[in-house]
Design a protein around this ligand. Structure first.
Ligand code: SAH
Ligand code: SF4
Length: 385
């Protein structure tokens, strides 16, 4: 087993401490961060502006290692979905969604999830374990540097600090959403550490409004996030009253709507662009009636926000169905007529993102990921699992 320290596991401060422990000057941490995160260099020997002796010492003690890829699928619209091996028969998903004006990466924070929302494939798998900081930021590292090397990759942002230093530093991923598998606020420290790297000018240099954390509503952690690293916040609502939300999003029993909405109000002054996003998964006959729309208006009308209606992505055994497109449109109109900015999430790439958890669920059904690795093939025509 490799006993070396994985450099992906350090947030900016942690890397400075590590470098200090090796009796090196602090600016070495900056250089190292640039090599690893900006240039995607995994071979310490190639880091040419570090002294040869330091490179040799470091290569003995440390490495750069991302999660192994089990499968890599590309849809015809360019959406890309990777399945990553987190050992012990578990896997997590990561999805890249290219659009005209941006490239968004959706990443996972946990293998499985303990919140157990009734409409979520990840929740149905139960909780396996928290991902480490390295496994979280390693997803962005892997996707960015894989995509960047591909011919025809669309560069979204020129260079770090707004200046083009060289061709290798033009980025493909312009936005990150913590909307993959897991509840990010129940894996707080590693998630915040990874987001610090996303925002660091020596790493991915993304602005706070280009990093979105989606939560089912872990109230105390929302307050901590406002204080520590107030990135854009998306709150998974899915129901306009406690009785229904208790059923759909069980964490509501612990942090009911009144407390959740109060936490949202407290977050607002810290939120980039001064608004929050609410997500609402449209479930046929469950949360999509005119009465639900009315209750939702009452709940949201005093809070600056955007409401994102997500067509439910069905999966086997859920027993739930998606609302018809006309129902979704009518529901959206009622909200908009009441002055609430409402969007309906497009299917296509987003469809794969919303179904996050399904592929990994298939893996968990088998005891051995290696066995799975032999049967999953790269399928260039697949639009979703
Ligand atoms: N745990 C966090 C982030 C991951 S889930 C959260 O719940 O917010 C990301 C989003 O996908 C959430 O809004 C979630 O409610 C939604 N989602 C989960 N399963 C879905 C499904 N089957 N169809 C549509 N949206 C789903
Ligand atoms: Fe967990 Fe989010 Fe799925 Fe709920 S919707 S089970 S919080 S991943």
């Amino acid at each position: 087993m490799d006993s070396r320290i994985n450099l992906l596991n350090f947030d900016p401060e942690g890397l400075c401490d590590y470098i200090a422990s090796l009796q090196e000057k602090p600016f070495r941490a900056k250089q190292l961060m640039r090599w690893v995160h900006q240039r995607g260099e995994a071979d310490i020997a190639q880091m040419s502006d570090l002294a040869k002796t330091f490179r040799a010492t470091l290569a003995e003690k440390a490495c750069v290692s991302a999660l192994p890829v089990i499968s890599d699928q590309q849809a015809s619209d360019g959406t890309r979905k990777w399945l990553l091996d987190v050992a012990d028969g578990n896997a997590v998903e990561m999805v890249y969604i290219p659009e005209d004006d941006r490239g968004t990466l959706c990443i996972s924070s946990q293998a499985g999830c303990a919140v157990n929302c009734s409409f979520c494939s990840t929740g149905k798998q139960g909780f396996s374990r928290n991902l480490t900081l390295g496994e979280i930021i390693g997803q962005l590292w892997l996707a960015e540097h894989t995509l960047r090397k591909e011919p025809g990759a669309v560069k979204r942002i020129d260079g770090y600090d707004g200046t083009v230093i060289d061709e290798h530093e033009s980025r493909v991923i312009s936005n990150v959403v913590m909307m993959g598998m897991g509840e990010p606020l129940l894996n707080y420290e590693p998630v915040v550490g990874a987001m610090r790297l996303m925002l660091s000018d020596n790493a991915y240099g993304l602005s706070r409004r280009r990093v979105t954390l989606s939560t089912s509503g872990v109230v105390p952690m929302m307050d901590r996030l406002a204080n520590d690293l107030p990135v854009a916040l998306a709150v998974s609502l899915h129901a306009p009253n406690d009785a229904l939300r208790d059923e759909l999003v069980p964490i509501n029993k612990k942090y009911p709507l009144k407390e959740l909405m109060a936490a949202c109000m407290r977050y607002l002054p810290f939120a980039p662009r001064d608004f929050l996003t609410f997500e609402y998964c449209m479930l046929d006959g469950v949360n999509d009636s005119d009465q639900h729309a009315k209750e939702l208006v009452d709940l949201l009308k005093r809070i600056p926000c955007k409401l994102n209606l997500i067509p439910f992505n069905p999966f086997p055994g859920s027993g739930l169905h998606k609302s018809s497109p006309s129902r979704v449109q009518d529901f959206a109109k009622r909200l908009m007529d009441a002055g609430i900015i409402t969007t309906v999430r497009k299917t296509r790439g987003d469809d794969i993102a919303a179904a996050c958890g399904q592929l990994a669920g298939d893996v968990k059904d088998r005891t051995n990921v290696k066995q799975r690795m032999q049967v999953v093939k790269i399928d260039k025509g697949v639009t979703r699992s």
